[in-house]
Design a protein around this ligand. Sequence first.
Ligand code: 5GP
Length: 113
Amino acid sequence: MANDTIFGRMLRGEIPCDEVYSDQHCLAFRDIQPQAPVHVLVIPRKPLESLRSAEEENAELLGHLLLVAARVAKQEGLDDFRTVINTGAEAGQTVFHLHVHLIGGRPQAWPPG
Ligand code: 5GP
């Protein structure tokens, strides 16, 4: 269950996080192992495991997560940034509560590894 992940525990206030934005639908906080000067995770309060498990009814929420990522990027002084959603273990997902990575503050290569 996505509720039982480390992110679920953060949402319930059981463990602390370095919060940068919060509203009724989502929480954004700094990644504990940042891959760039700015590395923030935006997560829905609703416990979706991954993009794979999202449904049509989640469309507005998914759009909101991206808009929040852009808002946080601006807040962090970033013009250019990358947003990433890893879906499934082979794609690099390690925490099974949907999250958008916001990464910026340095040049980034493409394609990703
Ligand atoms: P994924 O690999 O699932 O796409 O991303 C999970 C991210 O969560 C990783 O970048 C990892 O560093 C971050 N992360 C894992 N545990 C914690 C934690 O306890 N606190 C914070 N702030 N980030 C975490």
